[in-house]
Ligand binder design. Structure first.
Ligand SMILES: Nc1nc2c(c(=O)[nH]1)N[C@H]1C(S)=C(S)[C@@H](COP(=O)(O)O)O[C@H]1N2
Ligand SMILES: [Mo]
Length: 390
């Protein structure tokens, strides 16, 4: 191998290692919770490394094109190199789609994120295998294609051993990743019980209305990735209250029971996280936000609506016009079951036409204000008007 290729290869392996590490951080539940500030750095690093990764694909294509002729008769090597480049390009392309939030249109079940992960499930084991077997052929300069240059006996049996171990390791890591990424879908039982933790103790439980049971949406499809920037708050009906205050004529403080007395509506929505995952056909039941606002009497100076979470940290806001859209609701049931604490219960905000970061979990207060408010993720770079783009 000439020096240029070795340098390129060294750079590429560093970038790949960085991508794998930051990617695992992005996927890990651990970093979606209270360490989500770190997750944010990991995302920036992942994007940066992703750009470098995408760029390094180009010279590989050039090199392959140049050596294509020399590889005549070596069908396997041609195929392997093509496959490796396609895999890298696929990962890069789906990564770019994720970065720009443009998902694959009209392809139910297959999203840029699921494809990205699927390709990584093949890619990481392949990279591991290549790293282990490639490593040894660099320290002992023999043919990369497995043709031993005069090694006999002990050494070649060691190489066979290494290859087998690498294969086993690659297979194992592939299976672990596949189980992690792909077979983590909850398609077995309908509903949310048993799949998401619920540490709330609410009495009485909200009675599902017609349409929630059985859910008119037919049951949600996909999997919620439980996001929280704080430890998950648990509450009881006695300890819980819901306030509507600010620029209103009649501020409200509702107990759980009074809150449940307000008529609810049932609607079917898809749920979009801006990081690329989607849950479709959710049947939500809750109080339309416009109904809550009608109860308090808005003052003319009320221009924006600010939402508070029971976690004490997370906030978001809408303009009054957005807040009055008829599908914005404070949801208490999903597919006829109380929303578990993992998913923001006992009550969470739902703005179906916007990305889910606008939907404050553990919602317990709404304030009418005059000036715009920039919420938790909005102040960390996400758009304030978070219309779903797809
Ligand atoms: N209080 C609070 N609300 C929140 C968040 C959060 O971290 N804390 N994350 C937001 C984001 S980014 C998403 S995608 C959804 C995730 O909802 P889920 O955890 O029920 O899947 O909640 C939104 N609401
Ligand atoms: Mo999100």
């Amino acid at each position: 191998m000439n020096k240029k290729i070795v340098d390129l290869h060294f750079l590429h392996s560093l970038v790949t290692l960085g991508l794998i590490l930051t990617g695992l951080i992005l996927y890990s539940q651990f970093f979606r919770g209270i360490l989500s500030a770190l997750r944010d750095y990991a995302r920036d690093l992942h994007i940066f490394a992703g750009v470098l990764f995408s760029l390094t694909i180009v010279p590989y294509c050039v090199i392959l094109a140049k050596t294509w002729g020399k590889l005549s008769g070596q069908f396997n090597r041609r195929l392997l190199n093509l496959a490796a480049i396609s895999l890298a390009a696929g990962i890069a392309l789906t990564g770019i789609l994720l970065f720009t939030h443009t998902d694959l249109q009209n392809s139910p079940g297959i999203s840029a994120l699921s494809l990205h992960r699927m390709l990584v499930v093949i890619g990481i084991p392949a990279v591991l295998y290549h790293a282990v077997t490639g490593w040894f052929s660099i320290t002992r300069p023999t043919g990369m294609d497995g043709s031993d240059s005069g090694d006999k006996g002990f050494i070649s049996s060691r190489r066979v051993f290494i290859r087998w171990t690498a294969s086993a390791g690659a297979l194992f890591s592939g299976l672990v990743l596949a189980k992690w990424f792909l077979f983590n879908q909850d398609t077995t039982l309908p509903g949310v019980k048993g799949k998401y933790k619920d540490c709330n103790q609410m009495d009485p439980q909200p009675m599902p209305s017609l349409g929630s049971v059985p859910p008119i949406g037919g049951g949600y499809q996909g999997r919620f990735e439980v996001f929280t920037v704080t430890p998950i708050p648990c509450t009881t009906s006695a300890g819980w209250q819901f306030r509507v205050f600010g620029l209103v004529d009649n501020p409200l403080t509702l107990t759980w029971e009074k809150f449940l007395d307000i008529p609810r509506q049932v609607q079917v929505n898809d749920f979009y996280c801006i990081t690329g995952w989607t849950v479709t056909h959710c049947t939500f039941e809750g109080i339309p936000l416009s109904r809550l606002l009608a109860l308090v009497g808005l003052q003319p100076t009320a221009q924006y609506v600010k939402f508070y979470s029971g976690d004490g940290v997370y906030t978001s806001a809408l303009s009054l016009k957005q807040a009055l859209m008829n599908d914005v609701m404070v949801a208490v049931l999903i597919d006829g079951e109380p929303i578990p604490s993992d998913l923001g219960g006992p009550a969470r905000l739902l703005i179906p036409q916007m990305y889910a970061y606008k939907g404050v979990k553990w919602l317990n207060a709404i304030e009418l204000i005059q000036e715009p408010h920039i919420g938790y993720w909005e102040s960390r770079g996400y758009e304030n008007d978070a219309w779903v783009k797809r």
